[in-house]
Design a protein around this ligand. Structure first.
Ligand code: ADP
Ligand code: MG
Length: 231
């Protein structure tokens, strides 16, 4: 599903160079549940952006389903995300002028799907926001906006879900419901989960836990070690 080889990335701020990833390797099989942990500023968000083709690496290779992202132009990357990848951003990226329902329906509408609103409504129901469909992001709390963002990321049934701290703003009860939803989806549809998280309950339920530190990615847990491809 995901192959990362010798991946390096840095940001250049004036004279200062920040090496975020240093020769990172990772293979994730379809259907695996992977948690990515690491201190603030260790590059977790940057890694998700590289996996989704929203950032380009300095060097190295990212491939999704065997296709290298390096050779794809912006349109091809947008098609890849629309067809196969759901992304929950740390800052949600909801469109302020659209209701919760329209935010969630948008990815399906862009694909001309006639069932866009019906499916969006069902997902909002599933994240506990059935009664808030007509509300705009500014009328929703941080945790509610996060759940809208999760519903939007799932609405087109992606094979790969990339989620940046998806329970970061949620109370225990709502966090539990979102964890259950993501793992149900994994079991029902085989969706591969790559979750950046500080949430120990998430990490405990994942097959693998990886830690980013000083630009290096190390595996700290692999409960499928016998059949998984080593990092
Ligand atoms: N657009 C950017 N320009 C310059 N530096 C950035 C940019 N985005 C992130 N960084 C820096 O890169 C490092 C990794 O950031 P990030 O991937 O957001 O880490 P994390 O998600 O683990 O907190 C941090 O030091 C951050 O300040
Ligand atoms: Mg981050």
């Amino acid at each position: 599903m995901i192959e990362i080889s010798d991946l390096s990335m840095h940001y250049q701020l004036g004279a200062t160079r920040i090496d975020v990833l240093r020769s990172v390797n990772l293979s994730v099989a379809a259907g695996e549940r992977v948690a990515i942990t690491g201190p603030s500023g260790s590059g977790k968000t940057s890694l998700l952006l590289l996996l989704s083709g929203l950032e380009r690496p300095g060097s190295g290779r990212v491939a999704i389903d065997g296709t290298g992202l390096g050779g794809m132009d912006a349109d091809a990357l947008a098609d890849l995300r629309r067809d196969r990848i759901g992304i929950v951003f740390q800052s949600f990226h909801l469109l302020p002028s659209l209701s919760a329902l329209d935010n969630v329906a948008l990815p399906l509408q862009m694909a001309n799907r006639p069932d866009a609103h019906e499916r969006a409504a069902a997902l909002l129901q599933r994240v506990g926001l059935g009664a808030r469909q007509g509300h705009y992001p500014s009328q929703l709390s941080g945790g509610e906006q996060q759940r809208v963002a999760i519903a939007r990321a799932l609405v087109h049934r992606p094979r790969l879900l990339l989620a940046d701290e998806p329970t970061g703003n949620l109370d225990d009860h709502t966090g539990e419901a979102i964890r259950d939803l993501l793992f149900e989806l994994n079991l029902e549809a085989g969706t591969t989960l790559v979750l950046v998280t500080h949430d120990p309950d998430f990490a405990a339920r994942c097959d693998r836990v990886l830690r980013l530190h000083d630009g290096h990615l190390t595996e700290v847990k692999n409960s499928r070690a016998a059949d998984a491809i080593p990092v």
